[in-house]
Ligand binder design. Sequence first.
Ligand code: ADP
Length: 311
Amino acid sequence: MSIKVTNLTKYYGNYLAVDDISFEAKKGEILGFLGPNGAGKSTTMKIITTYLPPTSGSVEVDGFDVEDKSLEVRKKLGYLPELNPLYYDMIVTDYLEFIAKLDGVPRGEIKKRRDDMIRVCGLESVKHKDIGTLSKGFKQRVGLAQAMINNPDVLILDEPTSGLDPNQIIEIRNLIKKLGKEKTVILSTHILSEVTATCNRVIIINKGKIVADGTPQELQSKSKGQSIVTLEVKNNCDKNALLGSLKEIRSVNKVDFVKDTGDSFIFNIYGNHGIDLREVISGKVMLNKAIVLSMQAKQSSLEDIFRELTK
Ligand code: ADP
């Protein structure tokens, strides 16, 4: 069971929301779609789940094209949309039976599937309640239960833990990890810790483009390739001249002016991993007759690489 996305592009009118992305997801993979709000995550998920047509490119789910074979694709998929469209005046058991019928679960199996989902998603204590009266966490679990009621091979979960409290987040993450062993799961999030906690592969998407693809460990080790020095100097110096001379340092890859605090300037200076840039930076600061207020060196984290790739 796999998902194959090839050169997928989506325009809303003139607006390019998804820009020529390609990737594959395989069974047993929990693939995290990580990116800031507006990156194109939901749009990509809506196309994979056949709710939106692509402008160009293709998506195949288990070899079935989402445009030509949308019914086959829907049978294989469970989808938790970002705005979980539940029927608030139905009780949980009735709602799950209703969705099971819609999803084509054979008549004789409906009650069993319903009860399985109630057990797997921890809904026993609320199964006779109106959905509208449930807490956000339980509503999200009902959303997951409806996504899985037809035992799909592929689960597409749009921001599955959004709005949950920390305990509920841990429970839903554990549930997803358990499911991910037998299925192909794609989940989207704008929270970095979500992917490191749940996913075994991460695709970082920004402005409709894939900017990184790998295991959390691979991305982490890539990010270890840099050392960063944060430099704060008094603002009575020539900022542009200092910026220029910091950029001249041979082992420096990049210099960002971070901000003017009102009485100081702050810079981030990026160099190769393992090189301590502080001594040579001090020399440049002195040459520019600037006064150092603070200077801190660190190795970049996954968070830095995410910010770096998505700003
Ligand atoms: P994400 O899920 O990463 O937050 P989306 O896929 O929802 O991003 O949106 C990507 C971009 O497309 C955003 O700039 C959003 O405003 C725009 N967009 C989303 N849906 C529509 C739509 N129906 N019509 C026009 N623009 C849209």
